[in-house]
Design a protein around this ligand. Structure first.
Ligand code: HEM
Length: 126
């Protein structure tokens, strides 16, 4: 497999692992959520994920306008980041945080579905 795609997929898996861990710490009220490593590492991983994704798109000459799946994937990535921020930072109540966390995980599953199938609606039979 291509090295760039390997880095992209590895950073996607690390991003998910970190997001699941932070969600569990959020639900348990763990102080680990405040650790400097917990705050910095996800930004590094997500930056690698975004940069390698954009790099791949350029290299494969895939435009998000011509390729609807890529455009939808980008919108879903923004939604994942936004929901993640509500879940781990801005959500005011426990219910809002947990709901946003679960919604972000569903969006992540959608992103992987779109990435693998190149279809904007990966889970519907055609
Ligand atoms: C949460 C964020 C993301 C996740 C979980 C994710 C996941 C994946 C996965 C699993 C693949 C491999 C698909 C396969 O080979 O079967 C992939 C490929 C790819 N991703 Fe991402 N990705 C993310 C963000 C992005 C972003 C922001 C871009 C930017 C445009 C992007 C562009 C691409 C491209 C161009 C490919 C290669 C398509 C191909 O040739 O098959 N990804 N992604």
């Amino acid at each position: 497999m291509d090295w760039l795609l390997k880095i992209h997929i590895s950073s996607a898996m690390l991003s998910l692992t970190g997001f699941v861990a932070r969600g569990v710490w959020m639900i348990r009220g763990s102080s680990r959520l405040e650790a400097s490593m917990t705050r910095i590492l996800p930004h590094l991983i997500d930056t690698v994920l975004l940069v390698t994704g954009i790099w791949l798109a350029f290299r494969l000459q895939l435009s998000p306008i011509q390729h609807a799946w890529l455009g939808d994937k980008l919108i879903a990535v923004m939604l994942y980041i936004g929901l993640g921020a509500v879940a781990l930072r801005f959500g005011r109540s426990r219910a809002v945080r947990i709901t946003s966390w679960v919604a972000a995980l569903i969006v992540f599953a959608y992103i992987v579905g779109v990435a693998v199938t190149h279809q904007p609606m990966p889970f519907t039979a055609t």
